[in-house]
Ligand binder design. Sequence first.
Ligand code: NAP
Length: 256
Amino acid sequence: MSSPQSPAGRPVTVVTGGSRGIGAATVDHLARQGHDVVVGYRSGREEAAAVVSGAQAHGGRAVAVRADVSDPDDVDALFAAAAGHLGPVTGLVANAGLTAHLGDLADTPVDVVRQVIDVNLLGVVLCVRRAAQVMSRRRGGPGGAIVTVSSSAATLGSAHEYVHYAAAKAGVDALTMGLAKELADDGVRVNAVAPGLVRTDIHAGAGDAGRLERVTARVPMGRPGEPEEIAPAIAWLLGPDAGYVTGAVLRVAGGL
Ligand code: NAP
């Protein structure tokens, strides 16, 4: 089965959190595979511009759009900008996320808990909801595929680090499975990738740049993953080779 394509003949894929880490590696991988790409970001304007240049160097079209995924108006504007610049959207990678803080839940301020759930769960709900509206064949869309970015935390629980983040990611898994069934006969597949421990800035963003080295011993393969090792799994789930795959959570976590 071939993938839905825009009138330009190429898939048009929105990647939230595309300015850094797993999102940036995914944009690069998708651009190499012939996708036109929208690079969503919240604050990293220069990083997003660099990711766009890299994608364009692979011969595709790419634009950066600032949007806070936890703001419904920003999410609507993100998809409107995508369609306006590149044509009908045929793919979404709901990747934007953060951990923000490390510690026991009892020591985590409520505003941090709220932010983590807002970005990691509500943000994904808002993005996949909008994607369903514009991609659903029943609603006049082109069909397509959605990949959410979950975490091994969803099944491990992340005690003493961020159990509220783990709960948000478990919510992403449930959302992915339910929406997959809702859209299964509507031309839209929905799957998740669950990374384990990946070398990105997310750990420094939670205030512990040394976390990667500190917790590497927990990984059965004995090393963290690289963003470039997560991106191909996301691209596979988006593409035609995964044409009969929907509602799956694909763990890419070195055994974690
Ligand atoms: P990262 O390097 O810190 O990048 C996070 C990206 O998300 C950035 O592009 C950031 O944009 C964007 N972002 C953050 N808050 C946002 C918001 N409110 N609205 C829009 N964009 C926002 O993180 P990463 O490690 O690549 O993480 C990507 C995904 O993988 C996340 O969902 C994360 O939970 C998941 N994950 C990561 C690991 C890991 O070990 N790294 C493990 C499991 C799962 P700006 O920089 O522009 O603000």
